[in-house]
Design a protein around this ligand. Structure first.
Ligand SMILES: [Zn+2]
Length: 365
């Protein structure tokens, strides 16, 4: 929990794009530059925003900063075009719509962003433009597309879910749509507010790099996206916590302060593969202690965070990128995983089986 309530301090109209160049695998140079909203929409800026290693060694470049300010309204607006055009001649990619709106607003989103999304969707439907054209015409389109893909890349796709027919029989049905879930199981309440970046001081002064969802002890916590468990156990800040990496490696979901004595879903361990919507643990208030299994957090809540990883050097240390997940939480609130209690145990499991092809692809590797 943060100590001071307050909206995350936005970086205003300034956008920071960092380009890191790793020269011969030894030195890493980071270039930051800023530009204004107008400049971001301008088509006159140099499109060469990347630096390359000129020493003849292996060169690599990757995004080093992302301000994810996409609103849940913009996500829903763009998503609808994607869903509506799936299977048609011109399938409109929702992330391309959001990247375009990001370009036009210099990374900021407002009610205007919805007009940008609608205008572009109409132009794409009429074959007046394409993602390739946008990439050529707009200096920062590729940056926003890659940044927003890193956040939302696992959200939409084909999957199979169990559906019940009128006669009560069930069968797996293949569908295209949102295949991620709110971290709070269906039927369980929570409170939250925009708390990204608020200050907190346990251990040392640091901003709040995640989102808190206040509820009751034992509330089943589900995996937002499918992935594999990369970390599980005690952490002095997060208490009993779980870290799940997306299969493409770009997202690391952090779920913290899980229940004392019974934090995790039965059998969950490092290396476990989970499907979005699976119960992974239970809400509690552990953490802020070097002693394991200690409740030292006043308010019962789930803290979840989303870290982006474009390069493994960003996994731990000073180069970590944690994005604001308040609007993501709001977007996800419409997708809740139904769960049921297992007999007389304290365990809950999902009620509606789902098959995410990403899981099979990963296991087949
Ligand atoms: Zn928190």
């Amino acid at each position: 929990m943060q100590e001071k309530r307050g909206k995350a301090k936005r970086r205003g109209l300034l956008l920071r794009i960092g380009i890191a160049v790793e020269a011969a695998g030894i030195c890493t140079a980071v270039l930051f530059f800023t530009h204004t909203q107008e400049e971001a929409a301008s088509e006159t800026l140099s499109t060469d925003t990347r630096l390359y290693d000129e020493s003849g060694g292996t060169s690599r470049d990757y995004i080093t900063w992302v301000d994810f300010n996409v609103t849940s309204d913009a996500m829903r607006c763009a998503l609808q075009y994607d869903l509506d055009t799936y299977g048609s001649d011109i399938h409109i990619d929702w992330i391309a719509l959001l990247a375009y709106a990001g370009c036009r607003g210099g990374g900021e989103f407002s009610s205007k962003s919805l007009s940008y999304i609608r205008d572009l969707a109409e132009r794409m439907k009429n074959s007046e433009t394409t993602v390739e054209k946008l990439s050529n015409e707009l200096s920062y389109f590729d940056y926003y597309y890659e940044a927003y893909s890193a956040v939302l890349g696992g959200y939409v796709g084909e999957y199979e879910i169990e559906r019940q027919a009128e006669d009560g029989s069930t069968a797996m049905e293949r569908v295209y749509g949102v295949k991620v879930f709110s971290p709070i199981a269906k039927g369980f309440g929570y409170n939250d507010y925009d708390d990204f970046g608020a200050s907190r001081s346990y251990g040392y002064s640091r901003p709040h790099l995640g989102h808190d969802m206040m509820g009751v002890i034992g509330t089943p916590i589900v995996a937002i996206e499918s992935g594999y468990v990369e970390a599980l156990g005690w952490n002095r800040y997060g208490g009993w916590r779980i870290g799940i990496r997306s299969f493409d490696g770009r997202r690391y979901y952090y779920y913290a302060h899980l229940r004392q004595n019974y934090p995790y879903a039965e059998g969950l361990a490092e290396g476990s593969v989970v499907t979005a919507g699976d119960v992974i643990g239970y809400m509690g208030h552990t953490g802020y202690s070097t002693t394991e299994n200690t409740n030292n957090i006043e308010v019962v809540h789930l803290h979840w965070g989303l870290q982006l990883i474009f390069d493994e050097s960003q996994k731990d240390g000073n180069n970590e990128i944690w994005v604001d997940c308040y609007d993501l939480t709001n977007f996800l609130s419409r997708y809740r995983s139904e769960v049921e209690k297992v007999g007389d145990t304290r365990e809950w499991i999902r009620s509606v089986p789902m098959t995410d092809p990403a899981v099979a692809d990963y296991l087949a590797q």
